[in-house]
Design a binder for this molecule. Sequence first.
Ligand code: WT7
Length: 712
Amino acid sequence: IQTHRLNPSASIPASQAQAAQAAELDSDFLEPVHHDLDPVFKPPERLFAGDVPVPHIKSREEYVKLYQESIKAPSVFWSKMASELLEWERPPKFAAQGGYEDGDFSWFDGGLINACVNAVDRHAAATPDKTAIIWESDEPGEHEHISYRRLLIEVSKLANVFKSHGLRKGDHVAIYMPMVPEALYAMLACARLGLVHCVVFAGFSADAVRDRINDCGAKLVITADQGKRGGKVINLKRTVDQALLETPTIEKCLVFRRTGEFNIPFHKGRDLWYHEEVEKARPVCPPEPMHPEDPLFILYTSGSTGKPKGLIHSTGGYMLQTASSFKYIFDYHPSDIYGCMADVGWITGHSYICYGPLTMGATTVVFESIPTYPDAGRFWDCVQTHKITQLYTAPTAIRTLKKFGDEFVTKHDLSSLRVLGSVGEPINPEAWQWYHQVPGRSQCAIVDTYWQTETGSIIMTPLPGAIATKPGSCTVPFFGIEPVIIDATTGAEIKGNDVTGVLALRMHPGGWPSMARTILGDHKRFLDTYFNVYKGYYFTGDGAHRDKDGYYWVRGRVDDVINVSGHRISTSEVESAMIGHPAVAESAVVGIPDDVTGQALAVFVVLKPEFDVPLAPSPEATHHHHIKVDDVKKSMIQHIRQAVGPFAAPKMLFLVPDLPKTRSGKIMRRILRKVGGGEVKSEEQIKELGDLSTLADPGLIPQLVEIVHAKA
Ligand code: WT7
């Protein structure tokens, strides 16, 4: 039996697809909520007090005016922005073209531009001594400043290395790196030559690296001997070696020496030391003039079905919207020191560690460590040491640090901070309030930024000097974005305020500049996933509420994507990994609430009949049996870590006699979410699960409840 569900929109016309998709959406995130009594925070007065740079956008009225312009005449709005913020080798002739019908969006046709020139060269010319990157090593107290002048040299040398190994415009390069400046050098060197980079988060397993390399056909992979995180070493090269056993397209593997402590096996003819290659390379390398629609990078993300999607981002539109959003949302000014604590393996790192800040000529922090190493004061120690003005992190980190207590924060001088950003998952009001009051000392603007890998840049957010905030709401749309709430069952747009439904974006010609252009090798999937669900709209996959003031509250995914600590994991990805385990007949993966990680994975497993272990520890169960059950479970968790990555390790794994299914065979995930989350204990609560008459075997539910609680 397979647990994979078919993508309902894959082979049927859009109107039917719409209805089918609506029927698939089965989520608590679509239930109405009310936000009438929420506190409202005005933009901090301190931003206008005169001792810090005055915000770019100073009032709600100013925001509304610009926003209206961006919606009424997107081409005019973005063209103006494009000539203000970017350097063009040849100015574009057109702005927005193409539409959602065929997904042939294009921006700035006729122009020529190089992303690396915009992020590096022009600042190396104008402000050569300005720090481009502050590298904060895993070891506290160890950091390094890299000027724009040096950045240009490092990037040019590496580009020459790529060239010397035969890489040419359009070739694909995989990057599997720890958080060191060389990871950014690699991205920018690719951009310089028109190579398309594909960064794979260094927490992914060998299987995941192999699959991504094979999907994008990378010719070269760049990695490090080891990575360091929170005092632990991670053997990156060893993982890559394992992945490269089955990657026919890889010709070279460039290895950066991060620790030098591990005697890595070198494969003659394939492996090269980064430092040896760069030493031989010339520091000058002409940039390749690129068409604005040429792909800048591929980044894989999880969808609700099937294998990970390699989203392709453009050069011109992506650069424009990451730079402009960085400028306005973080209220960037040239004297700022900006620190995003994410990893370059995710879109946040691409857009808001690398391309956005560097295109604006900012100083950006590359943070190698974790929020709790050596203790829960690490972020604040960084803020104090580097005088960080804008800090950008995720709700998971905020919740974790909150648990350790205020003292780790308050003992540091945080007076440099003006803007505190949050990204990746909904932030609960308690965590928001803490972020605002303790690290923010009630003097910073909190920007809860909502966006996705697909959108390329932030699409809903407050602006520091202009938009009053409410804890837990990402407030209002950024320029060029028109959010709508859709009724999941009818597919119709719900107008007015105080409404809940599916979050979508109304499509304009061209969409918005930084939207992903396609899925590598599967344009049909791109159209079906985002544009054929609700005609005329981009479907986000999230449920949201628009409150009485028109503020948005994103509640979470309504599709089968689970958000664990801001990492997107698809249920089907984990389920297909489970099928590969010899003892598994069938499994279902659901997201359950978790105080720290937002959501966590709970896996329900039906064993193959020949793997006969007692499913619930009964009083008669012997010690021997317990060990056996634990071993089976452990090996399954290990299996998932191996197939997907350690971050996908489930919090709960239950061996169950069967999965709750409708008579037509559809797994009732709503039930598994409730039961797995521990919400259902009594018979009363089982009744509250609602109509179970569609279940093939209603008698199963009490058994599941018993298994879940026996474990707890
Ligand atoms: C999903 C996208 C884009 C940066 C990192 C995540 C959730 C993201 C918020 C927010 C509520 C959020 C959504 C979205 N999400 N930011 N501020 N409030 N939810 O990118 O891996 O593509 O995940 O993250 O569910 O769909 P991603």
